[in-house]
Design a protein around this ligand. Sequence first.
Ligand SMILES: Cc1cc2nc3c(=O)[nH]c(=O)nc-3n(C[C@H](O)[C@H](O)[C@H](O)COP(=O)(O)O)c2cc1C
Length: 330
Amino acid sequence: MEINRKISVAPMMDCTDRHERYFLRLLSKNVMLYTEMVATKSAIFGDRKKILGFNRFEKPLALQVGGSDKNDLSEVCKIAEEMGYDEININLGCPSKKVQKNKFGACLIKEPDLVADCVNKMISSCKIPVTAKTRIGFDDVENYEYLNNFINKISSAGCKTVILHARKAILKGLTPKENLKIPKLNYPLVYEIKKANENLEIIINGGITKTNQIKEHLTKCDGVMIGRAIYQNPYFLTDIEKEIFNTNEVPSREQIAKQIISYLEEEVKLGTKVNHIMRHTVGLYHGQPGSKDWKRYLSDNMMARDSDFQKAKHIMTIVQNNEKANQLNS
Ligand SMILES: Cc1cc2nc3c(=O)[nH]c(=O)nc-3n(C[C@H](O)[C@H](O)[C@H](O)COP(=O)(O)O)c2cc1C
């Protein structure tokens, strides 16, 4: 299957778990989805169903892995392929201290040969595509020569798709949260890399929040990856469906709410906690009349660890009120 990476939702720890991905897939059939980063050792030795399990409805889906031991990475590639993932992505962009200590994530930008060796072994271990997600530089290094050399090493090892977060990583002195705001984004450097590497699929990421920005980036890159703007406002995906994928009919928020409640009902029977699913839906009415009521209902009734599924049934009253308010507004 040829993967369409025109638009993807970024891997985000504590956000893009399987419930979030199910929710996002209700909103968009065309975007590519990524898991949160999973460390190689967790994937190999952890509770596989819990850590790597997913619903086939989420597909196409990539597993993002963090590691720098080529044998472990190779093992995870085999596991991912066997489990039915469509792609495996190596994280070369996370700047957190813990991740650096374990020698994976952004600190690997400093070690192009090690990365190439890992990528090479990963590619020879599975038939699904191996992709990389990285930053445009690190600490004092943010220039075309270094980045292009790094990318050439990865591509010579066989990786044909690179996601570039257009912001360098500061490995010392900034928290991971600050590393998502500081330093400034540098889109032109990503465009330059694409121009010089016509044969590579280059996906641009960082700070993209509107469909007109997406359209502009798509004139210069092969794809756009979006993280926070979708997590905070998931219904943004329906604008993407309409404007980027030319989808005529998109689901209403009411339809989405109904479908997520049905999913919740099934999952609760299997032992999933209500809050583990509903926490991802906080932004469904982002910017809409009724957003406050929706959030309040969720926080009062469905966010506690022991929240009762029965409360979920009443949430449709909020949904219907919001629908009426929207009809009056339009
Ligand atoms: C809460 C959070 C968790 C993240 N976790 C990951 C991760 O597990 N792997 C990764 O490659 N990037 C991670 N990122 C970075 C995002 O994938 C993305 O590169 C970044 O947020 C910039 O895109 P945006 O401006 O569209 O959000 C995370 C970002 C956030 C906000």
